[in-house]
Design a protein around this ligand. Structure first.
Ligand SMILES: NC(=O)c1ccc[n+]([C@@H]2O[C@H](COP(=O)([O-])OP(=O)(O)OC[C@H]3O[C@@H](n4cnc5c(N)ncnc54)[C@H](O)[C@@H]3O)[C@@H](O)[C@H]2O)c1
Length: 334
């Protein structure tokens, strides 16, 4: 008989809706509770998704009837929450980034015992999967270079309405750790093991509101000799689709959000189209796919593939980019 996982979600803010919506469709999940320090938020989600609620997430640590917890809270809380829950024997799926600091992420890995997963849903996009396959199968010959660009828009209210954003202590960084992290993670997913980075960060627009960067660029060197460059900003006038471009000996692959274009011998064609629509389309559409896959691993009693070890390299990369910037663009080992 199929096991039913008893699940709770901590954090009832913006992203929780995506988790709760996915969970409510899954046959092998019983959502038992949601938690938020803001009681009105927890109550509203509990009513909408027919479950209990609490303002004290530590109840889950002591509750032997809860198997899985989703962490949808500010970045600095991922590590203390995950560690307490992992130590209590739970499976934990945390939103990105794994943690706000590398040392916290290392502690999570040390406590994880194969039960920790991290949400990097864009690895599941069809475009990402096709790119990964093209590299592995050598479809276009040798990969020569790759680049990524994130041009998004964040208002002053985005930061002032959720007080944890815009501060190093609670967010752990700015555009790199919160918005561009998915795209930076994809560069690593495609190109392999990074060995160093050089970069620069700045706060170009919201300098009187946030202490973290709203703009960053960098050059990543990989073990296989590849170079990848990235540019990311929250200062663009609107949210534009994320661009990732990979240039091979015999062709070019380029994404425009989740749409993937192939150019071979000057001819461009669409390989797959973005399914993302609506206001939050730039989050991507693959959360539900990832969540289902996380539970598949749980049902089979094995670790989820996007575990702590898989999620920490991008955190190391962006922290090394700050270090590089602080030393005027010096090369930082990863
Ligand atoms: N994967 C994605 O594409 C994606 C998109 C958006 C956000 N996120 C991530 O999701 C997480 C949450 O982001 P958000 O945009 O929903 O933030 P948010 O500020 O809208 O929501 C966070 C919620 O956590 C609650 N909270 C704070 N401290 C708590 C505590 N001690 N116990 C219980 N609840 C507590 C807050 O009251 C708030 O309701 C972040 O890690 C963010 O990076 C991921």
């Amino acid at each position: 008989m199929m096991k039913t996982f008893r699940t709770a979600v901590i954090g009832c803010g913006g992203i929780s809706q995506v988790h709760l919506g996915a969970l409510s469709k899954m046959e092998n999940v019983a959502l038992v509770s949601v938690a938020d320090v803001k009681e009105d938020r927890a109550r509203a989600k509990a009513e909408a998704f027919h479950c209990a609620y609490t303002t004290d997430w530590t109840e889950y640590v002591r509750d032997p009837d809860i198997d899985v917890i989703h962490i949808c809270t500010p970045h600095y809380l991922h590590a203390p929450m995950a560690i307490a829950l992992l130590d209590a024997g739970k499976r934990v799926l945390t939103e990105k980034p794994i943690a706000s600091e590398v040392r916290d992420a290392e502690s999570m890995i040390a406590h994880s015992d194969g039960r920790l997963g991290v949400v990097f849903q864009n690895r599941y996009n069809e475009a990402s999967q096709r790119i990964k396959r093209a590299i592995e199968e050598n479809t276009y010959g040798k990969l020569l270079s790759l680049r990524a660009a994130v041009n998004w828009h964040r208002t002053p209210e985005y930061y002032t309405e959720s007080g944890w954003r815009g501060r190093f202590a609670t967010e752990g960084g700015g555009v790199m750790i919160n918005q561009a992290i998915h795209t930076l993670d994809l560069l690593l997913y495609f190109a392999g093991k990074p060995v160093s980075v050089r970069g620069k960060v700045s706060t170009d627009l919201l300098y009187d509101i946030i202490e973290v960067e709203d703009t960053a660029h960098g050059l990543i060197l990989f073990e296989n000799g590849l170079l990848a460059n990235f540019y990311c900003t929250n200062t663009f006038g609107i949210d534009r689709p994320v661009e990732v471009e990979l240039v091979f000996e015999k062709g070019i692959l380029k994404t425009d959000a989740e749409t993937l274009y192939e150019t071979v011998e000057g001819e461009t064609r669409t390989l797959c189209r973005s399914a993302a629509k609506g206001e939050k389309a730039y989050w991507g559409t693959s959360h539900e796919v990832l969540i289902r896959d996380f539970y598949k691993a749980a049902a089979e009693g094995r670790p989820f593939w996007i575990d702590g070890e898989s999620a920490i390299p991008v955190l190391r990369l962006l922290k090394a980019t700050y270090a590089s910037s602080a030393q005027n663009g010096a090369e930082m080992p990863l």
